[in-house]
Write a protein that binds this ligand. Sequence first.
Ligand code: SF4
Ligand code: F3S
Ligand code: FES
Length: 235
Amino acid sequence: MNITVKILRFDPEQDKKQHWENYALEVAPTDRVLDILHQVKWFQDTTLNFRRSCGHGICGSDAMLINGRNRLACKTLARDVVKEGGTLSVEPIRGLKVVKDLVVDMEPFFDSYKAIMPFFVNESPAPARERLQSPEHAELMAHSSNCILCACCTTSCPIFWANGSYLGPASIVQAHRFIFDSRDEATQQRLGLMNQNTGVWRCRTAYNCTEACPREIPITELIEQVKRSVMYGQA
Ligand code: SF4
Ligand code: F3S
Ligand code: FES
C-alpha cells in the first residue's frame, strides 16, 4: 500500500510548538505502526524519536495516539488503520509533557503509580512453601494483574487532562490488583489512598480508559469495584 504518515513532531532545541510532518511510504497491510515508524526513522528521517522496547505488547512503552486513538504501535496493523492512498496520523499521548516527537515525560505517571504502594505487603510469618491463593480469589485480581502500565488509559481520561493530580485509571487498576489480592495485608491503607481527593471519586465514568486499553481490561468496572470497596471499607 502507498500511504502518507503524518507525525506530530517537536524538537525542544528548534521548535516553539509542535508541527506535523508528512512521509510518503510503501507499506505492507500486515506491517505494524511500529514498523512504519522504523521505516521513517531508518530510511527517511533519523531524527524521529519514539519509545519502544519489546515489540510485542508486553513492555507498554510505545503508547501513542494513532488516528486520534490511544494504541500500542506494536499491536496496531497498518490494514486496521489506513487504506491504500490514505493518511495515517501519529501523535504523542496527551496530558503529559512532550519531551521530543512521540516521547513524553512519564515521570508524573509513574509518581502516581508509586503513590498507590505498588508492592505486596504481608508481615505474617512466611509459610514453608508459597502463600497459597484459591482460584476464586485469583480470579478477583485476574484483570488488574494484566496491566502493563502503558498509560493508554490515563492519557485518554478527560479528568486527568483537566487535573494531573488525579491518580488516573492506570494507578487505580494497579491499586485494584493489590486490594483484591487475598494475601495482601495493606487493604485499609490502599483504600485510604483511593478515598483521597486524588483517588477514585474523581472518576466520572467517562469510559475512555476502557476503550483505550490494549489489554482489554474492563477498567471502569474495576474502578467501580474499588469505589464500592472504599464505601464498605473492605475488598
Ligand atoms: Fe495500559 Fe490497560 Fe494498564 Fe491502562 S489498564 S496502563 S491501558 S494496560
Ligand atoms: Fe476517566 Fe476512565 Fe473514569 S476515562 S473518568 S478514569 S471511567
Ligand atoms: Fe513493548 Fe509495544 S514495544 S508494548
